[in-house]
Design a binder for this molecule. Structure first.
Ligand SMILES: Nc1ncnc2c1ncn2[C@@H]1O[C@H](COP(=O)(O)OP(=O)(O)OP(=O)(O)O)[C@@H](O)[C@H]1O
Length: 199
């Protein structure tokens, strides 16, 4: 279970939010909402342990985040498509798995890319892919590396209708199987109702 306790965030000299409290239990998900610049990405980075709150604490199963166990169970996919332009889609996927300490075969990476509609694009440097295709390469990590907690920043950005549907089902299946997810999106998320955290 992920719990946010009285989180306060300041960026530069600007207070963004304070007193943010919520919990995400196994089999549930949370939608972080709010206008541009309110601090959604900042909150997700705090939840993932990539930034520190001014006040408050994030806990994973009751312990302050940062443990090896937390890092193993976390899949954080950031807002800016964190894919390397000079590497192919396939290389991006195997490289990120390696960074996560998970060995995947070429076949597993290929299967993941095919599931994300990238058949025939596996060996192309990512700089030649469209914005939506780049996002698919990023999201393909969700099927190559098991993790209980998915933190996804604007996962639907640049995706076409079919891909939005595919990714929604992926998240819904993850949650149904006892996983947890925290998402930001400016659009309504086509998932069974989750908790809404309004910033
Ligand atoms: N390191 C930083 N130093 C100073 N200001 C920052 C820093 N990081 C973020 N900010 C500012 O904090 C505010 C919140 O940014 P953030 O990206 O968290 O918002 P957001 O709610 O995710 O926005 P959007 O909906 O546009 O993606 C912005 O005004 C941004 O410029």
């Amino acid at each position: 279970m992920l719990t946010a306790h009285s989180l306060t965030c300041v960026r530069g000299t600007r207070p963004l939010f304070s007193g943010v409290e919520f919990a995400v239990a196994p089999g549930s998900w949370a939608h972080i909402r709010g206008p541009n610049g309110v601090g959604k990405t900042s909150l997700l980075r705090i939840l993932a342990g990539l930034a520190q709150p001014e006040e408050g604490e994030v806990r994973w199963n009751g312990e302050k985040i940062g443990s090896e166990d937390f890092r193993r169970e976390l899949m954080y996919l950031g807002h800016r498509a964190a894919v390397k332009d000079d590497l192919t889609a396939l290389e991006n996927l195997t490289f990120s798995a390696e960074m996560d300490g998970v060995a995947i075969t070429r076949e597993q990476a290929e299967d993941a890319l095919v599931r994300f509609g990238l058949a025939g694009r596996e060996d192309l440097p990512v700089r030649f892919l469209s914005a939506g295709q780049k996002r698919r390469v990023l999201l393909a990590r969700t099927v190559t590396r098991p993790a209980k907690l998915w933190i996804l920043d604007e996962p639907f950005t640049a995706l076409d209708v079919k891909a939005v549907d595919f990714v929604s089902h992926l998240v819904a299946d993850h949650v149904k199987a006892g996983g947890m997810a925290v998402l930001t999106s400016h659009q309504a998320i086509p998932l069974p109702p989750g908790q809404v955290v309004e910033l």
